[in-house]
Design a protein around this ligand. Structure first.
Ligand code: TXA
Ligand code: MG
Length: 316
């Protein structure tokens, strides 16, 4: 949990029921508030307020062409903003609240800045008691990307949010460590397609849909505009599928391959996902290249490997 030592800059530290009331009050006044979800912390603004949503792009240094996910309290609330084709009804019934985002035909009821001018809108119902309480209290859709400066690793604790956005947002609502640890799975298009692997395994979606999800990349074009190659980037070089560390490297272990940090000693992918971003943050502080043990490409391993591949893209 973040302590009072984090009360730096102008960003307020909020917790508990008073914190929710204060967070809702700030959001109603068009301010930005970071809040926990079951995946990662988001930085939210009232999605109906164009000026407030604009502040998100400023605070994160996020390119304006990258659209935002709108968080709503229920499937019924979502219907005010998008059309649900049959596949989306099925997935919403099965996975909401939960770490599934669906990109659906928008009804044009929110300012264009939210969806970066696209006709589609990304929506999800988060499965976290504080997020749910905040959405109920503020009674508005909240546009909320992950609460990190653009191009950095997503935050899984309130401390991480302060590290990246202190002084740039009005407040952080502390809900401790997030459970899932990687961002939501994004599905969209007419098929539908998997646009970003995430907290809900592809296999689980396919089991409910009764068919195979088309791939996230079609005709060489990346479909989720935020899926830029080096989106999830620590400060140091990252080498994947390493069986051991080379001289000078720190090792991020998995299963029997133990390291300076381990994602999961027992080879549990859910545990590994939950630890991934804090482990990368801890290791990057050491300032040495990071070698990462192989992670199986099944279940949550898809999301973990996706984030690791982005972290490993060489940068100048
Ligand atoms: O778990 C999560 O999804 C977290 C929590 C806070 O909910 N949010 C999150 O947001 O990861 P963000 O902004 O970091 O990632 C959202 C992704 C981006 O890659 C964006 O391009 C994509 O969703 N996206 C949003 N709207 C879209 C749209 N209309 N069409 C295609 N992709 C969209
Ligand atoms: Mg993000």
């Amino acid at each position: 949990m973040a302590g009072n030592e984090n009360l730096t800059g102008e960003t307020e530290y909020l917790a508990g029921n008073d914190g929710i009331a204060r967070a809702a009050d700030l959001l109603r006044r068009g301010e930005l508030v970071a809040f926990p979800t079951e995946t990662v912390y988001g930085v939210g603004a009232d999605a109906r307020n164009e000026t407030a949503v604009g502040k998100i792009f400023e605070a994160k240094g996020r390119p304006r062409f990258n659209p935002l996910i709108v968080h709503v309290k229920s499937l019924e609330a979502a219907r005010a903003f998008v059309d649900f084709p049959p596949w989306a009804e099925t997935l919403a019934e099965a996975f909401w609240p939960g770490s599934l985002t669906m990109v659906l035909p928008g009804l044009g009821r929110l300012p264009g800045v939210v969806s970066a001018g696209r006709p589609s809108l990304a929506l999800r119902v988060p499965d976290h008691p504080l997020a749910a309480a905040l959405l109920a209290e503020v009674d508005a859709p909240l546009a909320a990307p992950s609460a990190n400066p653009s191009g950095r690793v997503s935050p899984t604790t309130a401390d991480h949010v302060f590290d990246g956005l202190s002084g740039k947002i009005a407040a952080v609502l502390d809900g401790g460590k997030t459970d899932i640890g990687v961002e939501s799975t994004i599905v969209g298009g007419e098929g539908p397609r998997l646009l970003r692997p995430g907290g809900i395994a592809r296999e689980a979606l396919e089991a409910v849909l009764g068919c195979v999800l088309e791939d996230m990349v079609g005709g060489g074009a990346v479909l989720a505009p935020g899926q830029l190659a080096s989106h999830y980037a620590p400060n140091v070089a990252v080498r994947l599928n390493a069986l051991s560390a080379r001289p000078g490297e720190v090792f991020l272990g998995f299963g029997p391959r133990r390291g300076d940090q381990s994602l999961s000693d027992t080879g549990d992918l859910a545990e590994a996902a939950a630890r991934l971003f804090s482990a990368l943050r801890e290791l990057e502080k050491l300032g040495r290249p990071i070698a990462v043990a192989p992670i199986p490409e099944t279940g949550l391993g898809l999301a973990i490997n996706d984030r690791l591949r982005r972290a490993a893209v060489p940068r100048g």
